[in-house]
Write a protein that binds this ligand. Structure first.
Ligand SMILES: Cc1cc2nc3c(=O)[nH]c(=O)nc-3n(C[C@H](O)[C@H](O)[C@H](O)COP(=O)(O)OP(=O)(O)OC[C@H]3O[C@@H](n4cnc5c(N)ncnc54)[C@H](O)[C@@H]3O)c2cc1C
Length: 393
């Protein structure tokens, strides 16, 4: 593929956010769109994602992103073309007892947004999933339509559709500098040459702060590790079993292709912070002590998992902002530089809608999806980190 000397818009990063933005920009015919990925598509957080596709959030912006994206996962072939590996399993979120009133308020908030979710009692969950322990809570949030999707297939599907609409997607091209003159973006310097462009979108995921620094912008994005453990599903469980997030035990799980179950854990050493310089060198093999704790937590919710052999696992890195929400919108003081980074653990399921939001922002200066000004990058300096009215504690 010829290296492009010019572009109307350059996207840095070929994860779910970059390819979705490329898809939506070309869908609305925003001009010549070039996506530059330094290794291969889905090489970063996206390729490691556990792929949970659910809509439960404790704030309306992310619930809206997840809801808007859900349609794309559910009807991927009709909307994008091809298969994203979406499997409907039903999803349940078990909250800590001290968050019960917040859980109820958030389910009501999501119902107002049109999300198919409801409260179920522990007895109802027991009837639905007899393999789960249900004595330690009274009600949980349930989404009958949710499940999981394949992050690689989703990324490739969106990239393929973006290419068919005219996007140029270059892999193995690292952006090494962003040229700015007179307060405006002029172009990017890469490992293959320069691209002149008036618009650059930073979709570099956990590398987002490193890319922003090329434009002289300081971003607080903390890279942290997250591990997935993959076990054989015991025969006592139905196929597919429920997808769930259990905040009491700090574990989530979902079925995985091949009669397997994927589990992940969070909190403390389960999200070990690393230096941005380590993003290219951290070990992707599973850490045995985290794997052991994941098993313990999983068995606390699904006791029969005690019999499940561990088959494999992996460790990925994700970029977290200080308030746990993405940094979205124009970068302050540099015309033509946009941020879509710091997804803070939510980017896969929200990617289709975030890509649309970014495309609309670049072209129209606003988006019909949702108002993203609460996620502006300057919110921390202004003392206004974002949180929903019923944020979990
Ligand atoms: C183990 C794990 C499990 C997860 N589970 C879930 C889940 O169940 N559901 C969910 O919604 N989210 C989940 N997440 C979070 C989700 O995967 C991320 O939020 C999302 O993938 C981020 O996508 P991205 O496109 O912003 O970043 P990435 O996928 O990291 O993409 C950034 C890309 O930028 C490229 N890049 C960086 N620097 C440069 C440069 N200088 N030049 C060119 N290219 C560059 C990188 O190579 C990379 O491919 C999980 C994350 C991890 C790590």
């Amino acid at each position: 593929m010829d290296f492009p000397a010019t572009a109307d818009i350059v996207i840095i990063g070929g994860g779910i956010i970059g390819v979705s933005t490329a898809y939506h920009l070309t869908r609305i015919k925003a001009g010549k769109v070039v996506l530059l990925e330094r290794t291969q598509l889905a090489a970063g957080a996206t390729g490691m994602s556990s792929g949970l596709v659910r809509m439960h959030y404790d704030n309306p912006i992310e619930a809206t992103f997840a809801h808007e994206s859900f349609d794309t996962f559910q009807h991927f072939n009709e909307i994008i073309g091809g298969d994203c590996g979406f499997v409907r399993t039903g999803f349940v979120r078990i909250a800590k007892p001290q968050n019960l009133s917040r859980l109820k308020a958030n389910v009501a908030m999501m119902q107002d947004l049109g999300i198919d979710t409801r409260l179920i009692t522990n007895d109802e969950l027991k009837a639905m999933a007899p393999y789960m322990t249900t004595e330690d809570f009274t009600v949980a949030a349930y989404e009958p339509l949710s499940g999981y999707a394949d992050p690689h297939l989703t990324t490739m599907g969106l990239a393929g559709a973006a290419r068919r609409q005219g996007a140029q997607i270059m892999q193995g091209v690292e952006v090494r500098g962003i040229e700015i003159a007179g307060g405006r973006v002029q172009g990017v310097h890469t490992s293959r040459g320069n691209v002149a462009t008036p618009v650059v979108i930073n979709a570099a995921g956990p590398w987002g702060a490193l890319v922003a620094a090329m434009a002289g912008i300081g971003l607080e994005i903390t890279p942290a590790l997250h591990q997935a453990t993959i076990l054989e599903t015991p025969p006592d469980l139905p196929t597919p079993h429920l997808t769930f997030i259990d905040r009491i035990n700090g574990v989530y799980g979902r079925p995985e292709t091949g009669n397997l179950t994927l589990a992940g854990t969070s909190g403390g050493e389960h999200n070990k912070v690393i230096d941005p310089a380590e993003l290219d060198s951290f070990g992707q093999a599973p850490m045995p002590h985290i794997q052991f704790q994941a098993l313990e937590r999983l068995c606390a919710r699904i006791p029969v998992m005690e019999t499940a052999p561990v088959r494999r696992g992996h460790t990925g890195a994700e970029g977290y902002s200080r308030d746990g929400h993405a940094l979205l919108g124009p970068a302050p003081g540099i015309e033509g530089f946009y941020l879509a980074t710091g997804m803070s653990g939510h980017g896969f399921k929200e990617g289709p809608a975030i890509g649309r939001t970014m495309a609309e922002w670049v072209v129209h200066g606003r988006s019909d999806v949702v108002d993203i000004t609460p996620l502006r990058v300057t919110r921390f300096a202004e003392g206004q980190p974002y949180q929903g009215p019923y944020a979990y504690q």
